[in-house]
Write a protein that binds this ligand. Structure first.
Ligand code: SAM
Length: 339
């Protein structure tokens, strides 16, 4: 049974006839099983997502091919449906990565929440399409349609990498569109780096983003065995690039929270996610605070930065029995708990 979980999902369901006319490449984060519905309507789409959670959820659900990564694999597509991501720069990136798979004349759809920047669709498509029409709109969501008229140039990920330097750590950080804190070090992450003391053994950088925390820790403590995890393929790719650019080595892999992480660590260090998606609040951090203790060796520690107003000390105390505050500014707190 299909259940549209969002206004965008509801609107797309109304347009099933148009969308199922050809096997589409669907790119982006849907929160429901529209791909399965399209498959039932006769043209199984191919789904490319940078979100590991959506990938896991959709994989094996139907006979829809789902890819997780920083760009779609080879193979042509008869049309594209892009779900508008949060950041416009990421939409530019995803169009550049997906459109080379389409032949001129192929339909291109962009759908999204009205509050999420979908109105930028005509501008986003201007380099590739002459006319962009609004196919449907509801109170909360819009769907745009256009036709690819100019073949998109081959995609080169390297063209989308931007860099910034961290002088204190002598690091170059590589970032990609939509990755947290592109272009500068977040103030919370700076405070976290300044508060972390000696490290040894196995270290987890939870929610690594562009890799700035993990790479800085490796620079300071070259003897540690570092693992970096994130749910976002562009963050993982940026972290790999950051490590390579600085001649550092760590294991970088996708994990939804701690779900794909094995064994116990000496240190778990994180600037954890706060909000994900436009309106969805995922309980990633609450789950981390409850479960981290099981992923630490005896004497191992969890250190995190959080906005001062978040009720994390109570949650940390519930699972660790105590919570130390290592640093406090007007906006941020650094919390530490030992197993
Ligand atoms: C606040 S950012 C911190 C990024 C980086 N560590 C820094 O300090 O610049 C949080 C990161 O957590 C990632 N994230 C969100 N939900 C996640 C989940 N369920 N599992 C793993 N990582 C997640 C986000 O993609 C984002 O890169």
């Amino acid at each position: 049974m299909f259940e549209a979980l969002t206004p965008v999902g509801e609107m797309l369901t109304r347009n099933l006839d148009t969308l199922s006319r050809q096997p589409l490449l669907i790119c982006g984060l849907l929160e429901d099983n529209l791909p399965g519905l399209l498959a039932e309507a006769g043209n199984a789409p191919r789904v490319f997502t940078t979100d590991f959670r959506y990938f896991l959820w959709l994989e094996g659900k139907n006979d829809v091919k789902v890819e997780f990564g920083s760009q779609p694999g080879p193979g042509s597509a008869a049309g594209l449906l892009l779900l508008m991501p949060k950041a416009k720069a990421e939409a530019d990136y995803l169009l550049a990565a997906c459109l080379p798979l389409l032949a001129p004349g192929a339909p291109v759809f962009i759908a999204g929440d009205n509050k999420g920047g979908v109105k930028a669709a005509p501008k986003l498509l201007a380099p590739y399409c002459d006319q962009v029409n609004k196919l449907d709109s509801a109170r909360r969501a819009s769907l745009y349609q256009a036709q690819l008229v100019r073949p998109a140039p081959p995609f080169r990920l390297a063209d989308w990498v931007s860099r910034y330097s961290l002088l204190e750590e002598q690091l170059t950080v590589c970032t990609l569109p939509g990755v947290f804190s592109a272009g500068h070090l977040d103030n919370g992450s700076r405070l976290l780096l300044d508060s972390v003391g000696e490290l040894h053994g196995r270290v987890l950088d939870f929610g690594c983003g562009a890799g700035v925390i993990g790479a800085s820790l490796l620079r300071r403590h070259p003897g540690i065995q570092l693992e970096m995890i994130d749910i976002n393929a562009l963050a993982l790719e940026a972290s790999r690039l950051t490590l390579a650019e600085n001649g550092l080595e760590a294991e970088v892999y996708a994990s939804d929270g701690l779900a794909q992480v094995d064994g116990r660590f000496d240190h778990i260090i994180t600037n954890p996610p706060f909000h994900a998606g436009l309106k969805t609040f995922y309980h990633t951090t609450e789950t981390l605070l409850a479960r981290a203790v099981d992923y630490l060796k005896p004497g191992g520690e969890l250190i995190l930065v959080a906005n001062a107003f978040l009720p994390y000390p109570e949650l940390i105390e519930q699972s660790f029995g105590h919570c130390d505050t290592l640093a406090a500014t007007g906006k941020f707190r650094i919390y530490r708990a030992r197993r």
